[in-house]
Design a protein around this ligand. Structure first.
Ligand code: SF4
Length: 414
């Protein structure tokens, strides 16, 4: 959406096709309505497909998620583009990218097709060879697009910014917002550094104006933050943003699907978050083992976590709306360590969420993950999906994992 806004500022006409639209009329009549919640989250369309990898069986259904193929194809056929840009997210969703490229080629054989986004950045060669676009933009979009296409298309003179003024938002019940880009930490299991090599502080005024713009134009009241490091430099970034939200006082709700850094929580920030309408607080705890943190992330330890919990208890933020992510299934990790982490995190009276490790190409743990796993991770990104528990071994089996998930549920506050 930001790229579309950037192009429009440069004089382009843009058409956005949202292949995830849960309200697409043609798909509704064919597939029925997916279950949605009033806060803008919920299911999207899903159609079971044959599992495409020979020699491996799958216990669960393999499905295409998103609008019906015919509806998507029709929408593409109705456009007259000079350039087609396709984004991508998880590596194991590449099948959808390939289908999108194929359909764009079918309707517009002479128009350049560009794939960017997360999958394209993490696996550019796989994307090039398997999905077959004309161009793959790995990494930052503006630079990549200029290098690949600048010689043949009039690109906007100004920079690509966070500004996103959609002609029609993806959907209106919920909005996505980001204050800062990237993260200053370098956890071995994370893709953040690969997608944005530096921490780029945002502008609280601009972020607030974007939020205000979405609310005033579309009536959106639920907003999810997609920051990797929302609380870094909180006194100059997040708190000024919260101050503006609090004085505006529109009764909005905020969500944090990504964890925040427990080390940056303090009483004042927590009170402001509670007053501003934050519905939950998720913290990246990962493990109760100091060895784990020494080896993999150096971002937290028992003392930091204890201090964060003390701040929460002394604040207006409800303890039962707080959760800790515990990471499970790293190469060579033993189930006992994860179980201990779940017990320790839960003993603070907060919810514990199991974050199952997915191997990330090019991350520090990638090579080790490939050596450790019995699955062909390098060859077939579908196996990156944590449905497979690719790091299973005798020290941590699937049944151990299921038992730990049950334990975490049973220890969660009601
Ligand atoms: S702190 Fe979080 S976002 Fe930052 S590198 Fe670590 S896991 Fe990734």
């Amino acid at each position: 959406m930001k790229i579309a806004s950037w192009l429009r500022r440069g004089g382009w006409h843009t058409v956005h096709i949202n292949a995830l639209d849960p309200f697409d009329t043609e798909s509704l009549s064919k597939l029925g309505a997916p279950r949605r919640r009033p806060n803008g989250t919920g299911k999207i369309f899903r159609q079971p497909l044959p599992w495409p990898v020979e020699g491996f069986s799958l216990e669960r259904n393999y499905s295409r998620y998103g609008i019906d193929r015919e509806s998507f194809s029709w929408k593409i056929s109705q456009t007259r583009p000079d350039l087609i840009l396709i984004t991508s997210v998880m590596t194991y969703w590449y099948g959808g990218v390939k289908e999108a490229v194929d359909l764009c080629r079918m309707h517009h054989p002479s128009v350049p097709v560009v794939v960017g986004g997360i999958y394209a950045t993490l696996m550019p060669e796989h994307c090039r060879n398997t999905c077959g676009p004309d161009y793959v933009v790995a990494g930052e979009a503006e630079r990549g697009l200029r290098v690949q296409l600048g010689h043949r298309l009039p690109f906007p003179p100004g920079p690509l910014t966070e500004e996103s003024d959609p002609e029609d938002p993806v959907w209106r019940e919920s909005g996505v917002i980001r204050l800062n880009r990237g993260c200053p930490m370098a956890c071995e299991y994370c893709a953040s550094r690969l997608l944005e090599p530096r921490f780029l502080p945002g502008d609280p005024d601009e972020a607030f104006l974007r939020l205000k713009g979405i609310h005033e134009r579309w009536g959106t009241t639920h907003f999810a933050f997609y920051d990797d490091a929302l609380l870094v430099n909180r006194d100059t970034l997040f708190k000024p943003f919260l101050e503006r939200v609090l004085s505006w006082n529109k009764g909005l709700s905020f969500y944090l699907p990504n964890a925040v850094h427990a080390r940056y929580l303090d009483g004042e920030t927590l009170d402001m978050m509670a007053d501003a309408g934050f519905q939950e607080l998720r913290m990246g705890y990962e493990s109760s083992s100091d060895d784990f943190h020494e080896r993999h992330d150096r971002k937290i330890n028992g003392d930091i976590f204890q201090a964060a919990l003390d701040h929460i208890r002394a604040s207006r933020f409800p303890l039962d709306r707080c959760a800790a992510y515990v990471l499970a299934g790293l190469p060579g990790q033993r189930h006992g360590e994860v179980e201990e982490s779940v017990r320790t995190a839960s003993s603070y009276g907060i919810r514990c969420r199991i974050a199952q490790f997915s191997p990330v190409p090019r991350s520090s743990l990638w090579e080790e993950s490939c050596r450790f796993s019995s699955l062909p991770l390098e060859k077939e990104p579908l196996f990156h999906n944590n449905t497979f528990f690719s790091m299973e071994w005798e020290g941590f089996t699937r049944s151990d994992l299921e038992q730990i998930k049950r334990l975490s549920l049973s220890l969660s506050p009601n």
